[in-house]
Write a protein that binds this ligand. Structure first.
Ligand SMILES: [Zn+2]
Length: 199
């Protein structure tokens, strides 16, 4: 059986598309209506492609299912911001280049793609870093306030505990975001900034 080799391109919204996808011609229609854009969001995945159903893509159906499962469980994240990769094709492209040409193309989410295109990546991530740090500092100061209140009055214990759980989960998220953004900015400086024409 002849297998279909995928071939990729990235549109002006940072979305990875496969030129051999069953609906590629539809993807390429310019000036889509809102309804058509919604349709595109649904079918811009290997899982809507005939080659997936016929199991004659370079990537076997089973492998695509596993990649999609990993994507949904957020085991594969954007290398620049740590966010979930929203499109299966982004990851498939990355795996294809590595398997076929031994070239590492790390998965990058659509938002980061856009910010690389208009060279606003460092500015945007700095803004997000500052916001996450502010959020983290606010939660730290609130927890201090609550513990002081808790010491002075026992009826606040229940509220204090509920708040503590809330604070803990928010802070962990903020810390993770700060970590991923810092790593992404380091990655950008090391591998992308020169080729992107701006440090
Ligand atoms: Zn990203």
């Amino acid at each position: 059986m002849k297998f279909i080799e995928p071939s990729f391109e990235i549109d002006n919204k940072g979305r990875t598309m496969c030129k051999n996808h069953t609906y590629y011609q539809f993807f390429k229609i310019s000036n889509k209506t809102i309804y058509e854009e919604k349709q595109l969001e649904k079918i811009l995945t290997c899982k809507a492609c005939e080659h997936y159903y016929n199991n004659n893509c370079y990537f076997p159906k089973r492998e695509i299912d596993l990649i999609e499962r990993d994507r949904q469980k957020e085991r594969i994240k954007c290398v620049l911001c740590g966010n979930r990769i929203h499109r299966l094709l982004t990851i498939v492209q990355s795996l294809y280049y590595e398997a076929k040409f031994n070239v590492k193309v790390p998965p990058i989410c659509c938002d980061c793609h856009l910010s690389l295109n208009d060279q606003s990546f460092m500015k945007r991530t700095m803004l997000r870093l500052v916001l996450f740090m502010i959020s983290f500092l606010i939660s730290i100061s609130l927890i201090f306030y609550f513990f002081i209140t808790l010491l002075s009055s026992s009826i606040f214990i229940i509220f204090g505990l509920i708040f503590f759980i809330f604070w803990f989960s928010t802070s962990i998220k903020d810390i993770k975001k700060i970590f991923y953004l810092r790593e992404g900015r380091k990655y950008y400086k090391k591998f992308i900034s020169q080729s992107n024409g701006k440090k």
